[in-house]
Design a protein around this ligand. Structure first.
Ligand SMILES: [Zn+2]
Ligand SMILES: [Zn+2]
Ligand SMILES: [Zn+2]
Ligand SMILES: [Zn+2]
Length: 484
């Protein structure tokens, strides 16, 4: 712990024990938006599905490990760098019967790697450092005592499988089960620059940082390294917070997912407003119905006489029956709509989701999360069929909703502007493209920094679009002069 405090102290950070919250990370100086607060390589990590390189998570040119036939590599350099750990895992997996190997999920593999690494560090085969250290894993919270019987049974079964694979003489089943519980509240999903999940990893230092629904910092990944950056000005002696969940949703929705996945009750500034007029309004906008008058933007609350829902702006009543009928129609369509359409039925799926979008527009408020999710789905499918003009239209519909539900510097807004800018450029709307790409850069430099390959690419695109826009302008001026 003294080592850790020194390590953090050198970075102007400190760990404090806060009653009711446990270990919490605090600043010992001011941090500006975009500044790196903390970064850490994973203690252990695994890709989230079989067809990714175990070293770098890339998906191309993969070859299976000839030993275990379970793990993939993109080439000899990744295989070599992973061999110290995988050597032991490979032997253990090879012993397993074929059908048992199918049971080895990413979470099970994470546990195998955890024990293999711990042993290698104990045997001094792998070095122990202040931040790459099993004792930091031991310090993580597990919430074991709050788990229900079903969950405990599942962890016990998973621990048995780990035991069967590893066959270590000194392994403690109860401890493995407790570590699974630790994984469920501490393991981080490792995402690429566009926030698409690639794998899972354990980052014990990052795990010290507590959750807030309106956090002052953000966790992103550069390759597999976790990087926590300030999203806003953070003054000295403040607690650093990140969000553990997708924050889009009402306070109740957020609290439910925090309770289910992380087993705690959030008491952040946003959550302490629950039930206050502003919070009720926000919930009704994000998750409620639209006004019966199509030109009205008011939000609806349940009518005290139980007749339906009343618009808080124009006082118009929307009957329970009408809402029920529409909700029924939505259900019928959504039952037909495939969650992940195959290549052949993509056009049918698009048509179904468009029908669903139409119903959502009639039923929900224009800032509804449900409507937004349907549009996100449509955007993705239209991108796959390269219907660029339509994709651009959906981008423009989604951005304002993101701007309402996420903090101004949230990377999802930046990424959406990036997509929008690329499409505008592609479709010849150069000036709009410059505006969108500039906004994307302005936002993403806070969460992503400026030095990664991803950000350099964005910055180059912005420069090119600017050059093209000014060239177009010159050409236009020349044409005007010629006319005179
Ligand atoms: Zn690789
Ligand atoms: Zn292998
Ligand atoms: Zn909260
Ligand atoms: Zn109204």
């Amino acid at each position: 712990m003294a080592d850790l405090q020194k390590f953090l102290g050198d970075r102007c950070l400190t760990v404090l024990n806060i009653p009711g919250k446990g270990r919490s990370l605090f600043t010992a100086r001011d941090f500006r938006p975009g500044e790196v607060i903390l970064s850490q390589e994973p203690y252990i990590c695994v890709p989230n599905n079989e067809s990714r390189c175990d070293g770098c998570f890339k998906t191309n040119n993969l070859k299976k490990c000839s030993g275990c036939q379970v793990v993939w590599y993109c080439g000899s350099s990744c295989q070599k760098s992973e061999w110290k750990l995988h050597r032991h895992e490979c032997i253990a997996l090879s012993r397993l019967e074929k059908e048992k190997r199918m049971l080895v999920t990413p979470t099970i593999r994470l546990m195998l790697k955890l024990y293999i690494k711990r042993n290698l560090q104990n045997d001094k085969v792998m070095p122990i450092t202040t931040t790459d250290n099993y004792s930091l894993v031991e310090a993580m919270v597990s919430h074991m005592s709050e788990l229900d019987e079903k969950q405990l049974m599942l962890y016990a079964q998973m621990a048995n499988l780990v035991n069967l694979v590893l066959q270590l003489p000194s392994i403690d089943l109860k401890e493995i089960a407790e570590n699974f519980s630790k994984f469920s509240c501490n393991a981080h999903s490792i995402c690429d620059s566009e926030l698409r999940p690639q794998g899972i990893g354990l980052f014990p230092l990052v795990s010290i940082i507590n959750h807030s629904c309106s956090p002052n910092a953000i966790l992103v990944f550069e390759e597999q390294m976790a990087v926590v950056r300030a999203m806003e000005n953070i003054s000295k002696d403040s607690e650093v917070t990140i969000s553990y969940i997708e924050t889009a949703g009402s306070t109740l929705t957020r609290q439910k997912s925090l309770k289910e996945q992380y087993l705690f009750h959030c008491e952040c500034a946003g959550c302490s407003n629950i039930g206050k007029p502003h919070d009720i309004e926000e919930s009704a906008i994000l998750e409620g119905y639209r006004c019966a008058n199509e030109t009205c933007t008011g939000f609806l609350l349940r009518d005290p006489d139980e007749k339906g829902f009343v618009c808080q702006k124009c006082k118009l009543l929307r009957s329970k029956e009408e809402v029920k009928k529409l909700a029924g129609d939505v259900k019928t369509v959504s039952e037909k709509a495939p969650a992940s359409p195959s290549a052949e039925n993509k056009q049918d799926a698009i048509a179904l989701y468009k029908a669903m979008e139409k119903l959502h527009i009639r039923l929900y408020h224009s800032f509804s999360i449900t409507l937004m999710r349907t549009r996100e789905k449509l955007l993705k499918m239209l991108m796959e069929v390269e219907s660029w003009r339509e994709v651009l239209n959906y981008c423009r519909l989604i951005v304002p909703v993101y701007q309402r539900i996420y903090p101004a510097t949230h990377p999802l807004i930046g990424l959406q502007f990036y997509t929008q800018g690329k499409l505008e450029w592609l479709l010849g709307e150069t000036e709009e493209a410059v505006r969108s790409l500039a906004k994307a850069f302005e936002i993403l430099r806070i969460s992503h920094g400026t030095s990664t390959h991803f950000m350099k690419e964005l910055s180059e695109k912005l420069d090119e679009a600017r050059a093209e826009a000014s060239y177009k302008l010159l050409a236009l001026k020349d044409a005007c002069n010629d006319d005179n």
